[in-house]
Design a binder for this molecule. Structure first.
Ligand SMILES: [Fe+2]
Length: 308
């Protein structure tokens, strides 16, 4: 007597694929990984069904993703850059740092944090080897959200040059130029000197540049100084203080600029006794950073050095 075989449960059309994939992943041990990948697959499948790419478009998209990795090296992180220009980095930043407890708002780490900046004393200039450009005198305090000073807080500072290049992009700058680590005093105060940073284009020689050109987008970021402010017992603040006028801020290609982070730089066209020895024209800015209680946590530097 012949047995009637049950038909295999197999995919018969596009409507079946998502449920088959989700079922295949159902035994994931880590519940958070399970939730994230389930949502990722669900949304990716919806995206594919909505846009209905041709096979050529699919291959093009995969090549673009592969090129992100191929263009990532010790001095450039194309993957981070892609997340930045698509607004994903800012979205994740705002989900995790909403600023609602009175703390200073955060902003993107960016692709050029190195993590090995020289230790500096209060007032030191991070523009080394006579980097030309208008001087800036930057000072402020690090406090809790209640205004209480935080002594021995650490500020890791880095910025682009007056022509808009980070030292890792520019063979004419000394290694680790325009980078420094400062510590607050008993009143939570810090101070450093530098040169005015310029706005700059993000790197456009890779797949992210191809995308920006195809979208007729300017690759520019408004001028800014990066900070990582940290202290024991406090959540580490990763942020940027912006220099530029409103138009450049509104066109930030990575969507990092936020109104409370505009630094209020003042231009001094003549000598000012409050800044002895400062040669006009120069700029000054005072900016206070407020930290919330929490556990310090430092980012992994996206790059480790420069390519020359
Ligand atoms: Fe930057």
């Amino acid at each position: 007597m012949s047995q009637i075989k049950k038909p295999h449960q197999l995919i018969s059309g596009e409507k079946d694929v998502t449920s088959f994939v989700l079922r295949a992943m159902a035994n994931t041990d880590d519940p958070r990984l399970q939730a994230i990948v389930t949502s990722l697959v669900t949304h990716l499948h919806q995206f594919v069904m909505e846009t209905r790419p041709t096979e050529q478009e699919f291959e093009f998209g995969l090549r673009w993703l592969a090129a992100l990795g191929q263009h990532t090296n010790e001095s450039n992180n194309e993957v981070v850059l892609a997340a930045d220009v698509l607004g994903i980095s800012t979205l994740v930043d705002l989900i995790n740092n909403d600023g609602l407890q009175g703390e200073t708002m955060s902003a993107l780490l960016g692709p050029f944090y190195r993590g090995d900046a020289p230790i500096c004393a209060a007032g030191d200039c991070i523009a080394r080897a006579g980097t030309p450009g208008p001087r800036i005198y930057f000072s402020g305090r690090v406090t809790g959200v209640d205004g209480a000073p935080i002594a021995q807080a650490s500020l890791d500072v880095w910025q682009a040059s007056p022509v808009g290049l980070y030292e890792n992009q520019d063979a004419s700058q000394p290694d680790l130029n325009l980078r420094g680590k400062f510590t607050t005093d008993r009143e939570g105060r810090f101070a450093f000197t530098s040169v005015r940073p310029a706005g700059y284009p993000v790197p456009t020689n890779g797949p992210v540049g191809d995308l920006l050109r195809a979208q007729n987008r300017a690759p520019m970021r408004p001028a800014h100084i990066h900070f990582i402010v940290s202290a024991p017992g406090h959540k580490t603040l990763i942020t940027q203080v912006f220099f530029d006028h409103a138009e450049a801020l509104e066109q930030d290609v990575v969507f990092g600029a936020k109104q409370p982070l505009v630094g209020g730089f003042v231009e001094h066209r003549s000598a000012d006794p409050a800044y002895p020895g400062a040669e006009p024209p120069f700029f000054s800015a005072t900016y206070d950073f407020k930290l919330v209680p929490g556990t310090p946590c430092f980012p992994v530097p996206p790059i480790t050095g420069k390519t020359r």
